[in-house]
Each structure stands twice: as C-alpha cells, then as structure tokens.
Design a protein around this ligand. Structure first.
Ligand SMILES: Nc1ncnc2c1ncn2[C@@H]1O[C@H](COP(=O)(O)OP(=O)(O)OP(=O)(O)O)[C@@H](O)[C@H]1O
Length: 246
C-alpha cells in the first residue's frame, strides 16, 4: 500500500471558535512527513484525531486504508503514537517501563527490548530509575515504547520539544536511523522549521487551523526559496493579504 495515511477534509471547531478547517493530505510509505506550524496552529488537534483520541466534526482519517473511527483496531494495528510528553513510571527503571509497554504485544520478546534500548541509546542507562533521566532520555524512552512493537508508521507530536541542541540532534538521528533500518514511515509535528528541513522529505504547513501549503521539500522550494523559513514567511504574507481582501 502506497498511501498509508489519508486525511480528507478534517474539520473540528472548538467552542472558542478555534480549531482546524478542511485538512486533506496523504503520506506515502517511506516518507518522513513534517507537519509544521507555529504554536496554536492546530497540529495536536489533527494528530489526536488521526490516532483516534479525538473526533472530527467533519472529514475522515484512513490509516493503511482503514477508517480510524469505524475500524479502529485494524487502522492502528501497525501504528506507534507519541503525542504530547512521553509518560513513564518514574520510580521504575527505563527497562522495566519498556518491558511493561512490551507486555501488551505477545510477539515482543526481551531481545526486542534490548534491540530498542540500543537503538535509542539507553542501553547503559536501562537500570536507572526514569525519575533520574534527563528530558532527552525520557523522550528517547517514549520513542522506544512507541517502536517496541515494530510499527510501520510512527505519529510523533513535537518529539524534540523542550530539548537542548544535543537532545534534538539525538532524536533526529534516531528518527533517520529508524526510517532507514526499520523502514518506519513518520508523521512528525514541530514548530521548529529548521528541524523539519533537516529531517523531512515532505512538508505540510499549517497556519491558523488551515493547510496553507503541502508537498515534497524540493518542489516547495523550487529554486525560489533558499529555506523553508523563507517559504513559510512568503506563504503567511500571501495568506494575510488574501484574508485582508476577503
Ligand atoms: N480542548 C480545546 N478546547 C478549546 N480550544 C482548544 C482545545 N484544544 C485546542 N484548542 C485550541 O485550538 C487551537 C489549536 O491547538 P493545538 O493544540 O492543536 O495547536 P498546536 O499546533 O498543536 O500548538 P502547540 O505547538 O502550541 O501545541 C489553539 O488555538 C488551541 O487553543
């Protein structure tokens, strides 16, 4: 299957008048898809709907061809999700937390736990309590839990949020390694455009709840823009002009 994520006309309006409007996009197998937008643009709202944690007022989400509302289990069977901060039991070791996450999947054995700890660089810290982990280590443990069952698609909401430069680089390298070695397709949100530019092959820009542009990075830049930041500022000024004339 080529298009493993299909969003069609997703709309959700909160009582305060904010929300998301008519979001449609597709993610293909092998993409590292960047879902970029400033704070409050609507990224988490879209991702929660994608993962079946919230309902849209209108529109559809299909994961691997299955509707996430009517066929939740089939849609989520090969999906790992990390939305908002990774949760873990602080009084237990990193390894124990991971073993608990792995217990939900009969096909996951202790070799896979070892493999995943190695992948996220936590092998030497596996017996330390999570309460003693840095934020970066907690995020990496969250990633480890999300990949332990060998998902084909990972949905990550702001995976580098709050991390320092080293923490960001580590997460980025892990994501790129997982894409290469475990053939995982990624749908990643961030408000850090530079991060998106370094990591993703395809980008959607969300602004004020609307998708203002979407496509392969090289097509979006088209030799007209030297960076995604420049493209973003251009698109936002076009959007503002259109809104002023409406
Ligand atoms: N449950 C809710 N009730 C009312 N408004 C909400 C609710 N959830 C989100 N919003 C509003 O909807 C808009 C989109 O929020 P969302 O959290 O999806 O944005 P975001 O792009 O993920 O931002 P951030 O990067 O700050 O997390 C914001 O203006 C937010 O205040």
């Amino acid at each position: 299957m080529d298009q493993i994520v299909q969003l069609e006309g997703l709309t959700k309006m909160f009582r305060n008048g904010r929300g998301i409007h008519d979001i449609s996009l597709n993610v293909q197998t092998g993409d590292i898809y960047g879902f970029f937008g400033p704070n409050g643009a609507g990224k988490t709202t879209v991702m929660k709907i994608m993962a079946g944690l919230s309902r849209a007022d209108k529109g559809k989400v299909r994961l691997f061809g299955h509707d996430v509302v009517t066929h939740y289990e089939q849609a989520m069977a090969s999906v790992g999700v990390l939305i908002e901060t990774a949760e873990a039991y602080h009084y237990m070791s990193g390894r124990r937390n991971l073993e608990l996450a792995a217990r939900m999947y009969p096909h996951v054995d202790s070799n896979r736990v070892d493999e995943v700890l190695e992948l996220v660089g936590l092998r030497s810290y596996q017996h330390e309590k999570v309460g003693h982990y840095s934020l970066g280590m907690k995020q990496r443990l969250g990633l480890a839990s999300a990949i332990v069952a060998r998902p084909e698609l990972l949905i990550l909401d702001e995976p580098t949020n709050g991390l320092d430069i080293e923490g960001m680089v580590q997460i980025r390298e892990i994501i790129m390694q997982l894409a290469r070695e475990e053939k995982i397709t990624f749908f990643i949100s961030s408000h850090l455009i530079h991060e998106m530019e370094l990591m993703c092959n395809r980008i959607a820009i969300l602004y004020g709840g609307k998708l203002i542009t979407e496509g392969y990075k090289s097509e979006l830049l088209q030799g007209r823009f030297s960076s995604l930041e420049e493209l973003f500022l251009h698109e936002v000024s076009q959007e503002r002009k259109a809104a002023a004339h409406a």
